[in-house]
Ligand binder design. Structure first.
Ligand code: TRP
Ligand code: ZN
Length: 472
């Protein structure tokens, strides 16, 4: 009997005990753990770029970066805290940022310490719990070091943070941004930025967007805060620290003009940028309103050998600015990138002709409409150049900025114009810019738009101009 009673009572006692234990656990557990934590998986280590599989990362989309950088001009030493607000696109157990060099001190996710490790240009972050799909989260990375430029996509330049004497500035296209901050370094993930830079009082800081604040922070240093309110691809971030004169250029069609000229080249800078307002008016007339709140030119005390269209603040070297008005066409090209490349960005780096072919074609239209040769004649001239057998629609990762991408890319647009006529052609360009402002587009998207607006089948035309090995 006793045996029987016990055998009946024991399960009851055990069940009662389990209920009590469960109640205690419920009371002790933090509310968030009540719902079973979802199964998560790691975000991809790249976004799937055809040329640069290592660029960018999967599992989330960034909304905003806040960079808080301190620059020791004499030691060329950068310390930073980068705060990244992002939204997950999957249940995320782990995710990557891109970072090249630099020493990471600490990482937090939603203010809680997160585990991290380095693997090549990947900073691998494991939060203490899975972040559910569609959830907003904040990552903070504290780091320091001597930023070192890298080679990628072009022999033109080692990419990333540049230091020359006491001056520093940025030239990143395509993958150099990761040399000075942790970033989802691919144009498919555009975001807004706040950039705060603390530098010695004798230095001036220039960056994209608008200067929002300047504060003396003691110990001989000043903090400069710039706000970039329009989405921007990471390769277009500009941070320049040097002996600059900040020059107010007035406004044109509601766009604030402001420049930053290295003091050695301030006179030349003024001459070279005299035509900026007229160029903005011109390109707005052709492509539609200028897409950002500000524009200007940064002149650095260095031989760049090239200009780069960093968003709202094109950077140019001293070797170009000394040409004065001889820099006109290059500056027009960089300005055109604000529409083509910056407002509407490539979906992948294989779409690079959407930047360079279009900016080149803008040069030709500019010359055509200002009493120079027609675009047709300039396209004809370009046909005589060497190297046009590299297909601009697929130049390969080491020929991203080959002359063919510019010239045969431009000739592609001339061929399109001759096929569909001026009316449809300019409507295609304007629609491209207005429909995709602040976003991205691929070559296939462009071809589809051109076909929709013209009502013509254009597959063969684009095939032979963009992809065939030999130039038409
Ligand atoms: N996009 C630049 C142009 O206007 C060319 C360029 C690409 C570049 N990568 C660069 C210039 C790196 C300087 C450094 O055509
Ligand atoms: Zn260009």
């Amino acid at each position: 009997m006793t045996q029987v009673r016990r055998s009946k009572q024991l399960p009851f006692a055990a069940a009662a005990f389990a209920v009590v234990v469960a109640m205690v656990l419920v009371i002790l557990a933090p509310a968030g753990d009540l719902a079973a934590s979802p199964e998560g998986s790691p975000g991809a280590r790249g976004v799937g770029d055809l040329y640069f599989p290592e660029l960018g990362n999967g599992g989330y989309a960034v909304e905003h970066y806040r960079l808080d950088l301190t620059w020791g001009a004499d030691e060329r030493y950068l310390s930073g805290v980068t705060t990244i607000r992002a939204v997950t696109t999957q249940n995320l157990s782990r995710f990557n940022l891109d970072l090249v060099g630099m020493e990471v001190e600490a990482v937090t996710v939603d203010r809680r310490p997160a585990a991290f490790e380095r693997a090549g240009r990947e900073l691998v972050i494991t939060p203490d719990q899975v972040i559910e799909q569609g959830q907003r989260f904040v990552t903070e990375v504290t780091y320091h070091g001597h930023p070192t430029p890298i080679r990628m996509g072009t022999d033109l330049f080692a990419l990333g943070w540049q230091t020359r004497g006491r001056e520093a500035y940025v030239v990143s296209e395509p993958g150099g941004a990761a040399t000075f901050f942790p970033v989802n370094d691919h144009p498919s993930d555009k975001a807004t930025f706040t950039v705060r830079v603390t530098a010695p009082n004798d230095q001036t800081v220039a960056a994209n967007g608008r200067l929002a604040r300047r504060e003396e922070v003691g110990e001989g240093a000043t903090a400069w805060t710039y706000e970039v309110r329009d989405p921007m691809a990471s390769y277009l971030l500009q941070v320049a620290i040097g002996d600059y004169e900040l020059v107010d250029g007035g406004t044109v069609e509601g766009v604030v003009l402001r420049h930053a000229f290295h003091r050695r080249w301030a006179t030349e800078g003024r001459v070279a940028t005299e035509t900026t307002a007229a160029m903005i008016r011109f390109l707005a007339g052709v492509f539609g309103p200028y897409p950002f709140e500000a524009y200007g030119v940064l002149v650095v005390d260095d031989d760049l050998g090239f200009a780069l269209e960093t968003q709202t603040l094109t950077v140019m070297g001293r070797e170009l600015v000394v040409q004065g008005r001889g820099a006109d066409i290059t500056l027009l090209h960089e300005l055109a990138h604000q529409w083509f490349g910056n407002s509407v960005s490539v979906a992948g780096w294989n779409d690079i002709w959407l930047n360079e072919g279009f900016a080149t074609y803008a040069e030709w239209i500019y010359q055509e409409r200002s009493g120079g040769p027609t675009a047709a004649a300039l396209a004809q001239q370009a046909a005589a150049e060497e190297g046009l057998n590299i297909p601009p629609g697929d130049p390969g990762r080491d020929e991203l900025f080959a002359p063919s991408v510019y010239l045969r890319g431009g000739r592609t647009l001339q061929a399109l114009r001759e096929t569909v006529g001026d009316g449809a052609f300019f409507e295609i360009l304007r629609t491209w810019v207005s429909e995709r402002a602040g976003a991205n587009g691929s070559t296939a998207d462009f071809i589809a738009l051109a076909e929709a607006i013209s009502g013509q089948r254009l597959g063969d035309l684009f095939q032979s101009w963009l992809y065939n090995p030999t130039s038409p």
